[in-house]
Design a protein around this ligand. Structure first.
Ligand code: BGC
Length: 393
């Protein structure tokens, strides 16, 4: 975490040397749940600043949307920024909406969890919610920064969760809150109508296929209950098509770094299992993730054991180097899974066996800044590995 509050997506991977709103929202939520309130709040402050600094641009975008005036895609807010909140200047798939809802979701949960006022962030938070409200049904790049011509269900889930959170903030005028709640309900109905038509959540509105990011529509975004039949049908399709012995692919024709299995998606699936009471499956998922940590305890973005498109891998290595390691939101999602209610007894039992738990290992990082979050998480995963070795031995 930079002194500005931004979380760098991966410190060792040059093109991820930025702070993404999406990754950061999950990292901040993990930090908040682990009691690292200063860290989470520094990130929320950073987000509010990024949005407030662009206020005239956002007001103009909202106004033009209302008036039906065409907007050049280059004018939309970006998905990633330098740690100082500047746009990168490099070519990127910048127009992604989900992060502007996701950070509101994490911010709302944090305020409720720790009973925090944080009125000084309201200007940026409300502006972010109004931006999301104005553009929620506009196509944008998805979680994987692809397919800009579609409205993606996992993006819509993040926007729903952000507006739903904002609709509860007492600092906002009641008309405003109500209109956020109404838009959240419309988003939900739109996605569910489509899901009911085809029997599961779609990767994007109008598609038949699924994407592993859809897991988040249940837990944590709550667009549908994790045990809702449509969510269970979606999970069944993900299990049938995208899961191999624990690891989870993003989608069937993924070629990025050969289309490996993503650790954060394996942890998301564990989180889902934990929520619906499949605790043994949840533990298996988390063990799979931990077993793919490097000897130092770093969690990569993806593994290369089971590739969907092996021939495509080398070109990515030549272009950008080895797979991003550590990837901070891989660490965040395993923490979120470990700290979910039905997993805590197991996490605590493992912790007492080794004398540490997620929160104390995170606390190691409290006295430092910058890369110390990573160090704390590495420490956590060394413990997990020891636990795994004991289980296997
Ligand atoms: C992923 C994004 C992620 C970014 C930074 C990209 O490769 O597709 O989901 O936000 O990396 O971690």
């Amino acid at each position: 975490q930079a002194p500005s509050g931004a979380y760098v997506a991966s410190p060792n991977f040059p093109v991820y040397h930025y702070s993404w709103l999406r990754d950061g929202a999950f990292i901040a939520d993990a930090m908040s749940r682990a009691g690292q309130t200063d860290s989470a709040e520094a990130f929320f402050r950073w987000c509010a600043g990024v949005v407030s600094d662009r206020r005239p641009r956002i007001e103009s975008l909202i106004e033009r949307r209302r008036a039906g005036v065409a907007i050049d895609p280059g004018e939309f807010l970006h998905t990633r920024y330098t740690v100082d909140g500047q746009e990168s200047g490099e070519e990127w798939t910048d127009f992604q909406l989900d992060g502007y809802g996701a950070w509101l979701w994490a911010f709302g949960l944090h305020r409720r969890r720790h009973d925090r006022e944080m009125e000084h962030l309201m200007l940026g938070a409300e502006l972010s919610a109004r931006y999301v409200q104005a553009f929620w049904d506009h196509p944008s790049y998805d979680w994987w920064e692809e397919h800009p011509d579609h409205r993606h269900a996992s993006t819509l889930a993040a926007l729903y969760a952000g507006l739903d959170a904002a609709s509860e903030w007492p600092e906002l005028e009641s008309d405003r809150r109500q209109s956020f709640a109404q838009t959240a309900a419309i988003i939900r109905e739109t996605v569910l109508a489509e899901a009911q038509r085809i029997g599961h959540l779609p990767k994007w509105l109008g598609a038949l296929r699924v994407d592993a990011s859809l897991i988040a529509a249940g837990i944590p975004f709550g667009l549908v209950r994790a045990n809702h039949p449509l969510m269970l049908a979606t999970i069944a399709m993900i299990e049938a098509g995208l899961v191999h012995g624990g690891g989870v692919h993003r989608y069937a024709d993924d070629t990025y770094y050969g289309g490996g299995e993503w650790l954060l998606l394996a942890a998301f699936l564990g989180w889902h299992y934990a929520r619906i009471g499949r605790t043994a499956d949840a533990r298996r998922q988390l063990a799979w993730v931990a077993s793919h940590a490097t000897p130092d305890g770093d969690l990569p973005e993806q593994t290369s054991e089971c590739l969907l498109a092996p021939a495509a891998r080398q070109a990515w290595i030549d272009r950008w180097g080895p797979v991003a390691t550590p990837l901070l939101w891989s660490h965040a999602i395993i923490i979120l899974s470990e700290m979910s209610a039905s997993m805590l007894p197991h996490t605590n039992a493992d912790a007492s066996r080794f004398g540490y738990d997620t929160r104390t290992s995170l606390a190691v990082g409290r006295h430092f800044r910058a890369t110390d979050y990573v160090l704390a998480l590495q420490h956590r995963h060394l413990i997990t590995r020891a636990w795994l070795e004991q289980m296997n031995g």
